[in-house]
Design a protein around this ligand. Sequence first.
Ligand SMILES: Cc1cc2nc3c(=O)[nH]c(=O)nc-3n(C[C@H](O)[C@H](O)[C@H](O)COP(=O)(O)OP(=O)(O)OC[C@H]3O[C@@H](n4cnc5c(N)ncnc54)[C@H](O)[C@@H]3O)c2cc1C
Length: 415
Amino acid sequence: MINQSQSEIAVLGCGPAGIVTAIGLAKMGYKVCVIANIRAHNVTEGLSERVFQALSTLGLQHTLKEISSPIPRSVSWNGIHSAANTERLIRRVSFDSALLKDLAAANIPFYPETITTVATHPTACLISCKSGKTFRTDFVVEARGRAAPLSKDSHIRGVDSLSICQNWQTSNTQLMSPQAIAISIESGWLWLANNGQGNIFTQVSVSAKSNTGSGKEKLSTFINQLVLSRPELDHITPFIEPEGKVLARSSTPLFNKYPIKDRYLCVGDAAMSGDPLSGSGIFLSLSAAFIAPVVINTILNKPENKALAEKFYFDRLQHLFYRFARVGRDFYQMESRWPEHPFWQERRAWPDQILAHQEKDRLVGSAQRPVVNGSFIDKKEVVITTEQPLGIWKINNKNAVDVLSEQLKKLNNID
Ligand SMILES: Cc1cc2nc3c(=O)[nH]c(=O)nc-3n(C[C@H](O)[C@H](O)[C@H](O)COP(=O)(O)OP(=O)(O)OC[C@H]3O[C@@H](n4cnc5c(N)ncnc54)[C@H](O)[C@@H]3O)c2cc1C
């Protein structure tokens, strides 16, 4: 058995998943380091309140400062315009550099390196970098996002998608109120985020097979013409100028069928990456990053529960991936103007036709399932419902099975 304080863990990648996992492992007493190259993705992303709260719980002070206040979001979908709640904006360059400041504040060493190969053996892992530097550790957390290595048949793939991004600038005073707008278009959907400080970010998501033309110039013409021609954006487009180069990002949903191997565990996009339509990529990344340290601790320090911990991790990831994929599918199904267009046809059918949410949450029963018990994954009796098929162990610190049987007794008036 490995002594926790002596185990060295390398986290590869310094996006939200890598940083949050590294901080979680350090809090458990592990000697952790982060190895990553610093990527300058000049893009804007939208965050839900849940992500803001999760990062607040962790106390990531530098990162929190890079997240905007909630801004109004409007949606124009299926020809219907609605003002639907709010979202928070981040600029990834400053958000990612704030994550590194929080990593430094947690006294976790950071090595700016480009990783070329990772070899895992039953007792150790060897990481090789472009600079010639190598690292030998006891365990590796793969957090290189969509850049993590893929191998043949290693992933479940959603419909192949591409998102084309363009920044714009404005000095028009009428555009100094932040807002986000999502619009369905025949070939896909468009998201515009105005940060109210002179930056306007646009992103058009289309089929990876679509006729946007290849090469930066063609992509740039495609997105510029599309944005400038949208009537829904008439109040914005006369006052904006493109800024910087167009960027194309693959946005195909991917689920890694093997998120844990030997001494190697994937978190964040390296484990599962969803459709940006759901705006939940960072939420999903954090969901894995929050449970990964306990799973790793169980693998290293309670080997008799290794298989249980692996099952726990895999089942949670798979459950989240399909839940968000089905929510996205339902959103695509709400657009009915272009039923013959392959973009809409394919996405309305993927991943399947299973309900994303049950109309009513119904009790299924109880069963023994893996749960997070302190710093280990253990098997406990849980309550299973249709909405919570992986089970509920505790309700207000009481065993859910006990709470349920008390409720049933009350209902049946049994003392
Ligand atoms: C088009 C698009 C739009 C999106 N919009 C949203 C949105 O609005 N809201 C939202 O919540 N999510 C959104 N997402 C998803 C979100 O970007 C990801 O889910 C999130 O960044 C994943 O975090 P991560 O830490 O797993 O990976 P990443 O943030 O991708 O971080 C990976 C890290 O690994 C490093 N790295 C990669 N390769 C190497 C290498 N060889 N050597 C060293 N380091 C390396 C990178 O530099 C980076 O630090 C979007 C995704 C796409 C594609």
